[in-house]
Design a protein around this ligand. Structure first.
Ligand code: P1T
Length: 377
C-alpha cells in the first residue's frame, strides 16, 4: 500500500456495534468479564485498549514495522527503551539530541549504572571507536534537534549488526513520511508523537516501533509493568491526525524550503541550517536517506541580543517549546529545550546563545517570511 492509504486505513477498525467508520474511543479503565477466568481478551485499561492498539498498528505500518508500543510521552518511550539494557551496560548516543533525552540519560539513568558516550555520530568511525566490551546499544537522532546533523542510518545498522548492538533512531524530526529507519536495518524507531504525527499541538505522546520479536516482547511487557501508557483520547487524536500526515508533511517541507532560502538571502543570520540547502554538510546523505527535508530550520544570529530581536518581535511564529504542529513555532534552544545541556557541551556542537530554531508550520509561507522580515527590521 502507498503511504497515504496506510495512513488512512492501517490499524483502523469500524465500530462493531453500529458500523461507525471511525475507530471508537474506548474511554474505559476496565472491562466486564463473562465469568471468572473468561473474558474477551481485554482485562484492564493499562494492559489493553483497542483505540491504543489501532494507533499502534497504524504508526507501525507507516514506519514499515511489525509492532508499535505507545507511551504517554516521547520521553516515557525513551525511558521504556532503556529497559532493554541493564546496570553496567554502555550506550553510544549522538552528541546532539533533544535536551530532555540528554537529561534523562546523563542526569538520571547514570545513577542506575548505565554508561553513556556522547559522540558525533555523523562520522561513523566515531561510533566504531566508542564501542567497548559492555556496549549494548547505539542511539542516534537524525536529523538532530536543533543542529539538524544527519547520521548515515545504513552505516549505523551495519556497525550495530557487526558488533551485536541494538540500534535505535529517534525519527521525530522527519516523521515516517520522510524517513523510515527500519528499512535501513535499524532495530527500533522512536517518535515523540507530540510532534508531526499528531501535528496539532494538543497531545503529548510517544511510541517505539520495531519488527524484532524479542524487543517487542520486552517493551510490551514494560508498557504494562511500568505503566507509562497514553490516554485513550490521546490515542484517538493521534489516529485522527496521521490520516493527514502526508499532506501536512508536504506543506511543512515546501514552506521550510522557501523559508530557509529566504533566511539565506536576507543575510541577517551568520548561518542558516537546513538539510535541503546545498551548503548543508550532509545534503547528499539527506537526499539519499530522506524523501524530503522536513519543516525544521535553525539559524545562528551571532549573539543572544540579535536572536532576541527575532524571538521577541515575531507575531505569527509563536514563541514556545515543541515543534511539528500546523502552526509555526520559534524557540531559543540554549535557554529552552536544551537548557540542561552544559554550555561548554552544547557549544562544542554549535548550539550557541545566538541560535534560533524555527518549526515552520503550514500557514501561507509569504506571511511567515514577512513576519520574520518585519521582526528583524
Ligand atoms: O516531549 P516528549 O513527547 O516527551 O518528546 C521528547 C522528544 C523526543 N525526541 C525529540 C527529537 C524531541 O524533539 C522531543 C521533544 N522535543 C521538544 C519538546 C522540543 O521542543 O524540541
Amino acid at each position: 500500500m502507498g503511504f497515504s492509504t496506510d495512513a488512512i486505513h492501517a490499524g483502523q477498525i469500524s465500530d462493531p456495534v453500529t458500523g461507525a467508520v471511525i475507530t471508537p474511543l474506548y474511554q474505559t479503565s476496565t472491562y466486564e468479564q463473562d465469568e471468572l477466568g473468561k473474558h474477551k481478551g481485554y482485562e484492564y485499561g493499562r494492559t489493553q485498549n483497542k483505540t491504543r492498539e489501532a494507533m499502534e498498528a497504524n504508526i507501525a505500518a507507516l514506519e514499515k514495522g511489525k509492532y508499535g508500543i505507545a507511551f504517554a510521552s516521547g520521553l516515557a518511550a525513551t525511558h521504556a527503551l532503556m529497559s532493554l539494557v541493564k546496570s553496567g551496560d554502555h550506550i553510544i548516543v549522538s552528541d546532539n539530541v533533544y535536551g530532555g533525552t540528554y537529561r534523562l540519560f546523563e542526569q538520571n539513568l547514570t545513577a542506575y549504572g548505565l554508561e553513556y558516550s556522547w559522540v558525533d555520530t555523523s562520522n561513523l568511525s566515531n561510533i566504531e571507536n566508542a564501542i567497548k566490551e559492555n556496549t549494548k546499544m547505539v542511539f542516534v537522532e537524525t536529523p538532530t534537534n536543533p543542529m539538524l546533523v544527519l547520521t548515515d542510518l545504513k552505516g549505523v545498522a551495519v556497525i550495530a549488526k557487526k558488533n551485536d548492538l541494538l540500534s535505535v533512531c529517534d525519527n521525530t524530526f522527519m516523521s515516517p513520511y520522510f524517513q523510515n529507519p527500519l528499512t535501513f536495518g535499524i532495530d527500533i524507531v522512536l517518535h515523540s508523537t507530540t510532534k508531526y504525527l499528531n501535528g496539532h499541538s494538543d497531545v503529548i505522546g510517544g511510541i517505539l516501533i520495531t519488527s524484532n520479536e524479542k524487543v517487542h516482547e520486552r517493551i510490551r511487557y514494560i508498557q504494562n509493568a511500568a505503566g507509562g501508557v497514553p490516554a485513550p483520547f490521546d490515542c484517538w487524536l493521534v489516529l485522527r491526525a496521521t490520516k493527514t500526515l502526508a499532506v501536512r508533511m508536504k506543506q511543512h517541507d515546501e514552506n521550510a524550503r522557501a523559508f530557509a532560502n529566504f533566511l539565506v538571502n536576507l543575510g541577517a543570520a551568520e548561518k542558516v541550517i537546513y538539510p535541503g540547502l546545498q551548503n548543508h554538510p550532509q545534503h547528499e546523505l539527506a537526499k539519499e536517506q530522506m524523501s524530503g527535508f522536513g519543516g525544521m530550520v535553525s539559524a545562528d544570529f551571532g549573539s543572544l541580543e540579535k536572536a532576541k530581536k527575532v524571538l521577541n518581535n515575531v507575531k505569527i511564529f509563536i514563541l514556545a517549546e515543541s515543534l511539528g504542529g500546523v502552526e509555526s513555532l520559534i524557540s531559543h534552544p540554549a535557554s529552552m529545550t536544551h537548557a540542561t545541556v552544559p554550555k561548554e557541551e552544547r557549544e562544542k556542537f554549535g548550539l550557541t546563545d545566538g541560535l534560533v530554531r524555527f518549526s515552520v508550520g503550514i500557514e501561507d509561507v509569504e506571511d511567515l517570511i514577512e513576519d520574520v522580515e518585519r521582526a528583524i527590521g
